[in-house]
Design a protein around this ligand. Sequence first.
Ligand code: SAM
Length: 281
Amino acid sequence: MTVPVNVLEPGLYIVATPIGNLADLSPRAADILARADVIAVEDSRVTAGLLRHIGVKRPMVPYHDHNAEGVRPGLIARMAGEAVALVSDAGTPLISDPGYKLVRDARAAGHTVVTIPGPCAAVAALTLAGLPTDRFLFLGFLPAKAKARADAIAEIAAVRATLVIYESGPRLSACLAALAEGLGDREAAVTREITKRFEEAVTGTLTSLAARYAEAPPKGEIAIVVAPPGEAAPPPIEDADAALAEALTRLPAAKAAGEVAKRFGVDRKALYARALALKDN
Ligand code: SAM
């Protein structure tokens, strides 16, 4: 029996959709959605709009935080003979959105799992912020309550990576202030409405951004990007003498000078001369 070319192989298809600009739907994503037997959706009204945009109608099954446990086994069973696509309202499924348990169970059941990558607000925000991108940590949404939020921030304060955080307009200023409190006043960017008409990226220190948005909480979708911690500041130079005196109790002058020069970022030869003078005294 020959399988028609336009029938998708059974399995799970993770399909990224636009985060604001419908033109960002990839041709491959549109093709998979058009050919899926069923689409698992967060909100059928949102996905119906996307399907209208590409001129197709497909059966949809709601799959969200409140019904996932009940719906998942049925979807897994269908994957044995049907192509099941998973979308979220916007962006990449599983990224601060439901889906990882569906992937886990699909894999455990031996079904094919395919991803159709595309827009993701976290990655788009990183590309706009102008902050280091070699290492980044995605934190999703921080807890809404102040104490839990402060604890979550304290937990990652020493991580040497750029941070990406999702936040809502009404909570933005308090979140920025909490980040400044827990991380120090780092450079940051507030990216908003990415790919939409009023897309913007406002940069500044966490404190200045917190003050700016305290007056007028912004509308729309927001992602915050925070710079990694800076290099630890060298200790004050006045402390070098005391450190040298202490090092001389353990080490010969040359080694003591070398150790303290490294720690304070000062000239080794000058410190060696100082060490000899201290020894003479
Ligand atoms: N799965 C999505 C993704 O791939 O980015 C994220 C889903 S999460 C429930 C929604 C949050 O993502 C929003 O509250 C906002 O913080 C961020 N977000 C989504 N679209 C955005 C946009 N166009 N500009 C800035 N942030 C956006």
